[in-house]
Design a protein around this ligand. Structure first.
Ligand code: NZQ
Ligand code: ZN
Length: 377
């Protein structure tokens, strides 16, 4: 175990916290208020933000899409430069917050912001970001990751930057109540798979990380089991569990996998499938194929998360598949697209993006991806 750890994002958790932005953002800032397709105008969040910013100078930019595109975000950069903004307030789910990270890091760069995603540009300065989270899933509100799509080529890529940690994140669980079942399910699944990508690897003996992961996974299973009878605490638990699953803590000093995510990102880029749904499709099939090499951790998960008494790692994979099915997720790519060239397209994009031998042991190569996709179509 060896790591450096800092998570600088101030978390403000609880109902009614949105008005705190009036204190959290300095009064002399010129704020770029970034949001998505308009859900915030229907659920009262927009009104709360406008009220809280009444003593600030701010400029609105709406229309950041789910799976945000660099094309839209480049427009936000131009708009922000025109108005000489020096702070970004991101109000939305992972897409808006990820988008704000692209805008922030590319803001002072004269080249193409996509260079961030290709590792050709490392920023030395950026705009500060504050976040109001409206969808619990990605953990983007207090991590340094950002996933952006290039509409022109349908490539979906990610970058990390120390500037991308929001200065603060407002987590008001009440805001989640306007989410439909589909997005709530997405939240459970994304957080579940984030935890698995840092847990279902190989034995490492780091007890805090292992047992914390198991706690998060048990919590998420409980939320899935009580989905139909959810109360206020259910939403608060989802918001905090999803945050903890990808705020950097559970992956410290331990092997990580992320193969499901890398394959899933190509599927979202190509076909616009919701991020979490790509994970629910791919992960059980990936685990089926890697059930032997992941046997130890799968059996540990079976015992400590599902309370399963088995020596067969495939039984645990079936529990995971059943969990996703219980949330009414279509687990076949063919439910989302008629394309007949899925395998060719996904494998060639993975190769282009440098994913030729990945997973925590480097065993996920093209042949393995083909097998996973054959099971997933
Ligand atoms: O755009 P609006 O109108 O706001 O509607 C959104 C969007 O249509 C809606 N929504 C959000 N909050 C709502 C709401 N509707 C009603 N009430 C609310 N309170 O939900 C839809 C989906 O929003 P989106 O932000 O796209 O969802 P999510 O938070 O799942 O983010 C997904 C994106 O994050 C990336 C994914 O790849 C995807 O692009 N990820 C980011 C990560 C990170 N930064 O660490 C890690 C993840 O693994 C993931 O890859
Ligand atoms: Zn994810």
């Amino acid at each position: 175990m060896e790591f450096s750890y800092i998570n600088p994002t101030q978390i403000e958790f609880g109902q009614g916290k949105i008005n705190k932005i009036s204190q959290l953002i300095a009064k002399d800032k010129r704020v770029l208020f970034l949001y998505g397709g308009g859900s915030i105008k229907k659920n009262g969040v927009y009104t709360q933000v406008i009220k809280a910013l009444e003593n600030h100078t701010f400029f609105e930019f709406g229309g950041v899409e789910p799976n945000p595109t660099k094309e839209t975000l480049d427009k936000a950069i131009a708009f922000g430069r025109e108005n000489k903004v020096d702070y970004i307030l991101a109000v939305g789910g992972g897409s808006v917050i990820d988008g704000s990270k692209y805008v922030s890091n590319a803001f002072f760069y004269e080249g193409d912001g996509w260079d961030l995603l290709e590792g050709k540009f490392t920023p030395t300065k950026a705009l500060d970001i504050g976040a109001i989270l409206t969808l619990a899933a990605t953990g983007s509100e207090s991590n340094s990751g950002s996933v952006i799509t290039k509409g022109e080529t349908k490539e979906k890529r990610f970058f990390h930057s120390p500037f991308s940690y929001p200065k603060f994140a407002i987590l008001d669980p009440y805001v989640l109540k306007s989410l439909d079942d589909r997005q709530l399910v997405n939240g459970i699944v994304d957080a579940f798979v984030h935890t698995c990508e840092q847990y279902l690897t190989q034995p490492h003996g780091a007890l805090a990380q292992d047992y914390y992961c198991e706690g998060l996974l048990r919590g998420l299973v409980e939320l899935a089991d009580t989905f139909e009878s959810r109360d206020d605490l259910w939403y608060a638990n989802l918001m905090w569990l999803a945050n903890q699953a990808l705020n950097g803590l559970i992956g410290l000093g331990v092997p990580q996998d992320w193969a499901t995510h890398f394959i899933g990102h190509e599927l979202s880029g190509l076909y616009g499938i919701d991020h979490a749904r790509t994970l629910a499709i791919i992960q059980p099939n990936l685990l089926t194929i890697l059930a032997d090499e992941k046997k130890d951790k799968l059996l540990q998960m079976g015992e400590n998360v599902f309370r399963l008494n088995t020596n067969n790692s495939l039984d645990v994979v079936e529990k995971i598949r059943a969990l996703y099915s219980s949330l009414n997720i279509d687990l076949k790519i063919s439910s989302y697209t008629d394309d007949t060239k899925i395998i060719e397209k996904v494998t060639s994009l993975l190769e282009k993006h440098g994913f030729t031998e990945f997973g925590d042991r480097g065993t996920v190569n093209k042949a393995v991806v083909v097998k996973i996709l054959e099971k997933s179509i």
